[in-house]
Design a protein around this ligand. Structure first.
Ligand code: PNS
Length: 169
């Protein structure tokens, strides 16, 4: 809480197709910075094709959070549709958090932050650098490795790894 008892709300948006341990690490860290962290999952099927449905992605995030330890604030998971900045404003959020991995993320994140800022300068985007262990983990590569028969158990919780296994069967 801030001095005048106003709850600080943060949003961590993502496709989570599927949620990885890298995402969970960012969630834990972002939870130190706000009173309420909303994990916001868009449909996004207009511009991205997902392996998991909207409901499945939300369910996986919820299941992983239910077993997560070490978080510092209330964390909820919500679906959202439309523009992220509109959703952030509707939720009274102070900040949008994004994880940043290697340089390859930068261009995309830079553009998205710039566009979001142009649309809504009152909604700040804050980046948390992925820590060494999760620097190279991405949902896309995890799916590709799993599709080709590789072991992805290091990158996903057992529950999510199981969901990926059954999806690929
Ligand atoms: O995990 P991702 O796929 O990198 O997350 C991307 C996400 C959800 C943050 C982005 O696609 C998004 O904000 N979608 C909502 C629609 C929107 O606001 N688009 C304008 C972006 S400038």
């Amino acid at each position: 809480m801030t001095e005048n008892n106003i709850q600080k709300i943060g949003i961590y948006p993502g496709s989570f197709d599927p949620i990885t341990k890298g995402h969970l690490h960012i969630i834990r860290r972002a939870s130190k910075l706000v009173d309420h962290l909303i994990i916001a999952v868009p449909d996004n099927t207009h511009n991205k094709s997902h392996m998991f449905s909207w409901d499945e992605r939300v369910a996986m995030v919820k299941a992983d959070l239910a077993t997560m330890t070490g978080q510092h604030c209330e964390i909820t998971v919500e679906k959202f549709d439309g523009l992220l900045v509109d959703y952030a404003r509707a939720k009274g959020a102070d900040c949008v958090y994004r994880g940043l991995r290697a340089i390859s993320d930068f261009e995309y994140e830079f553009q998205m932050t710039g566009m979001n800022y142009a649309l809504a300068p009152d909604v700040e985007t804050v980046f948390l650098m992925a820590s060494g262990q999760w620097q190279f983990v991405s949902s896309s590569f995890v799916k590709e490795i799993a599709r080709l028969g590789g072991d992805v158990s290091e990158f996903l919780t057992p529950a999510t790894a199981e969901k990926l296994r059954s999806k690929l069967q």
